[in-house]
Design a protein around this ligand. Structure first.
Ligand code: 2YC
Length: 275
């Protein structure tokens, strides 16, 4: 399996300064704010303030390929934007975890090369970025499409994000087809969903499948997967995959029908997941 996409500094450098503008885009596309999309993803009602306002700590991790410049700052800016009390720990790694717990942080965010998690140290609840991103993007798609009940949706990519998306799509009553470049990945996901009482259709011809679907989830790390010729007036795309899988000429056709960001929807869903 291709390793988890690793963000680059360029992917995250503008997040903090464009959150207000991005939120306005979300409202234009889905009718809801980042906070409402995240709460909708986890089935929680959004109150104005939060009954409990948990302290959140974001901890830099130096293991593996190490720090991504701007990563923890971007994560913290999204959490702050949502109205939570958030700090970035001065220490890193184990020292950062100790510092966070000692300053009574209830929710910890940290990412190594394999997992990006949010943990609630009080309740033991854990949210994984892959699953949360899949759920969060489907939440936005469902709002954009005014419901997904009995609508056909194609998920491209059966990794952690595609899996989270497929499960969320089932929850919203969609008819899900899955395509992965590795057929065994599609089969594994299909088998897992079958165990939960859901049946998905496996697609083996991506071009054909794109011709038969207008609601798409791009959860794969490839570029130029969704081409201009695949896009019609009815096309709506949730694209958590990095880099964006929609061909540049196609993006211009979708000013209000394409959800795509490097971290915002995933991080927002993670925190609502562990509240
Ligand atoms: O700066 C740090 O603390 C680094 N250890 C962060 C590494 C994140 C690696 N993971 C990723 O770039 C992607 C993200 C899109 C979320 C999941 N994997």
């Amino acid at each position: 399996m291709i390793g988890l996409t690793r963000l680059k500094e360029d992917d995250v450098v503008e997040i903090a300064s464009t959150l207000e503008e991005y939120n306005a885009d979300l409202v234009r596309m889905t009718g809801c704010s980042l906070r409402e999309i995240a709460a909708h993803a986890v089935g929680k009602v959004v109150s104005g303030g939060y009954v409990q306002n948990p302290k959140v700590a974001v901890i830099p991790m130096t293991c593996g390929q190490g720090i991504i410049k701007g990563f923890v700052e971007s994560v913290a800016s999204i959490i702050d934007y949502l109205g939570f009390d958030v700090v970035i720990t001065n220490s890193r790694d184990a020292g950062g975890v100790a510092e966070a717990v000692q300053n009574s942080s209830e929710i910890l965010f940290m990412a190594d090369d394999d997992r990006f998690v949010a943990v609630n140290v009080r309740t033991g609840k854990v949210s994984d970025n892959g699953d949360a991103t899949g759920k969060g993007y489907v939440s936005g798609l469902e709002l954009m499409c005014h419901g997904l009940m009995r609508k056909k949706v194609l998920v491209i990519g059966a990794g952690p994000v595609g899996t989270g998306a497929a499960l969320a799509l089932m929850h919203f009553g969609a008819e899900v087809s899955i395509y992965d470049i590795d057929l065994s990945a599609s089969q594994r996901l299909s088998g897992r969903l079958l165990k939960q009482g859901y049946s998905v259709k496996i697609e083996t011809d991506l071009d054909g499948a794109l011709g038969r679907h207008s609601i798409l989830v791009d959860a794969c790390p490839a570029e130029d997967v969704i081409l201009l010729r695949h896009i019609t007036g009815d096309t709506r795309i949730a694209a958590p995959g990095i880099p964006l899988g929609v061909q540049a000429t196609g993006v211009e056709q979708l000013p209000k029908r394409l959800l795509h960001d490097p971290l915002q929807i995933g991080v927002a869903t993670m925190i609502f997941d562990v509240l």
